[in-house]
Design a protein around this ligand. Structure first.
Ligand code: GCO
Length: 442
């Protein structure tokens, strides 16, 4: 079995809208995902997060499962609409009480909480006045963060302000595949900026609340390579890297947007909402960076593409059942790149995982050898990086439970624990048993 540094965190990750259910319970308000999942055609099979894994009513059972697997950390998110049903105003105490029970249950089981403050479930009433394209939302986010920090101040080991602002901004406002479903480059760029501003203001709010835990941000970073060494393909690859990676890494760690991308976007969208003065707030010092890794892209020039003049080649096998290429080397490239080019800052792999066609056998067993292989190969890369001096301090498998996979609904199973969505029965997959052995062998 692989060996990891002393104190390395072995965790699993989830997100509120993907597992909690109880969408109309205890005062929870509507989020943009409650709205988006009801738009015909947006979500596979018309699935919604109304029930999901019913985690809201199965908290103790799920916390006991974490103990059974033996994880030392659990990454979850707080649903903003449970705390502020209308996005701001009076705190909903029942919503706070649920998360207090969660962190108390983790502490009783000696499991470290990693709390994500924004995992995409923006209150709908804030979307009604522009959502992340409205600068005010960044300040409403900081108020929400201050309320959570005040109530869970010393109960959290790591605070993650945002999960994957690239997805919230570009998948939600340019591609239109995620809530709120806009399709505008300007909206995506404005949303990205206000998300980053919200991140910086959230860091200020957490520091002001004197929280005892570490403060960081989670970015989904992709490993991009050119299809050929032609100038056109190299330039197209730089633009995809600029959009998916540098547009977030550089404001946060260098206090400025990448110039090549500013010049490219300035010809295609109004950048006036991207106030220069905000960058000092956005670049607030962090205690760690969370890295979500899934994708390696091979990129070529595509003059007909109006946004980046680029196209991603169809991925080649081996692939997950979601058609994502399985490339552990991509994780190594990203960890080494951030550490060498941006900041020698503690890194956590806050998500990494894969969807496979898992099923229950007649004997009631869920065997997922592909996921065991996937985890083995990606953990090996992390162990290699750590032994080579990269300051990577933890790995959170995505995901703890099979759950609502956004536009794919319940058709994609990422969990190391199988969920029968008809009965809500949980069954450890062989990957969960493998993970238990890896942890026990440390
Ligand atoms: C993300 C989100 C998760 C997804 C996971 C699988 O990284 O997109 O954080 O909510 O479910 O990545 O796609």
């Amino acid at each position: 079995m692989m060996k990891f540094p002393e104190g390395f965190l072995f965790g699993v990750a989830t997100a509120a809208y993907q597992i909690e259910g109880a969408a109309d319970e205890d005062g929870r308000g509507r989020s943009i995902w409650d709205t988006f999942s009801r738009i015909p055609g947006k979500i596979h099979h018309g699935d919604t997060g109304d029930i999901a894994c019913d985690h809201y009513h199965r908290l103790d059972e799920d916390l006991d499962l974490l103990t059974d697997i033996g994880v030392g950390a659990y990454r979850f998110s707080v649903a903003w609409p449970r705390i502020f049903p209308e996005g701001c105003g009076a705190v909903n105490q029942k919503g706070l009480d649920f998360y207090k029970r969660l962190v108390d249950g983790l502490r009783e089981r000696s499991i470290k909480p990693m709390l994500t403050l924004y995992h995409w479930d923006l209150p709908q009433m804030l979307q009604d006045v522009g959502g992340w394209t409205n600068r005010d939302t960044a300040f409403r986010f900081a108020e929400f963060v201050a309320a959570v920090a005040e109530n869970l101040q010393d109960d959290v080991a790591q605070w993650v302000t945002l999960n994957e602002p690239w997805c919230s901004a570009f998948v939600g406002h340019l591609e239109g595949r995620h809530a709120p479903g806009e399709e505008s480059l300007a909206a995506a760029l404005h949303a990205a900026h206000h998300l980053l501003l919200g991140h910086g203001l959230a860091v200020q709010a957490l520091r002001a609340a004197n929280v005892s835990g570490e403060i960081g941000l989670t970015l989904n970073l992709s490993d991009v390579t050119p299809a050929t060494e032609s100038a056109a393909d190299l330039a197209a690859t730089a633009r995809i890297d600029g959009n998916e990676n540098r547009w977030f890494l550089e404001p946060v760690f260098r206090g400025s947007y990448p110039k090549d991308m500013v010049d490219w976007y300035a010809k295609r969208a109004d950048l006036s909402p991207l106030h220069e003065a905000d960058l000092a707030i956005i670049a607030a010092p962090l205690d760690f960076l969370g890295v979500n890794y899934y994708e390696q892209h091979v990129v070529r020039a595509e003059p007909s593409d109006q946004i980046h003049g680029a196209a991603k080649l169809a991925p080649t096998p081996p692939l997950t059942d979601a058609g994502v290429p399985i490339r552990p080397a991509g994780l190594e490239h990203i960890l080494r790149r951030v550490s060498a080019q941006y900041r020698r800052i503690p890194l956590y792999v806050t998500e990494n995982g894969a969807a496979f066609h898992d099923y229950i056998t007649p004997e009631g067993v869920v065997d997922d050898p592909e996921r065991v292989s996937y985890l083995e190969r990606h953990f090996a890369v992390v162990a290699e990086c750590a032994s080579d001096g990269v300051d990577v301090r933890g790995y959170f498998a995505w995901s703890f439970l099979d759950n609502f996979e956004w536009a794919e609904g319940y058709s994609r199973r990422f969990g190391i624990v199988f969920v029968d969505f008809g009965t809500e029965q949980r069954i450890l997959k062989s990957s969960a048993r493998w993970y238990r052995q890896l942890i026990a062998a440390q």
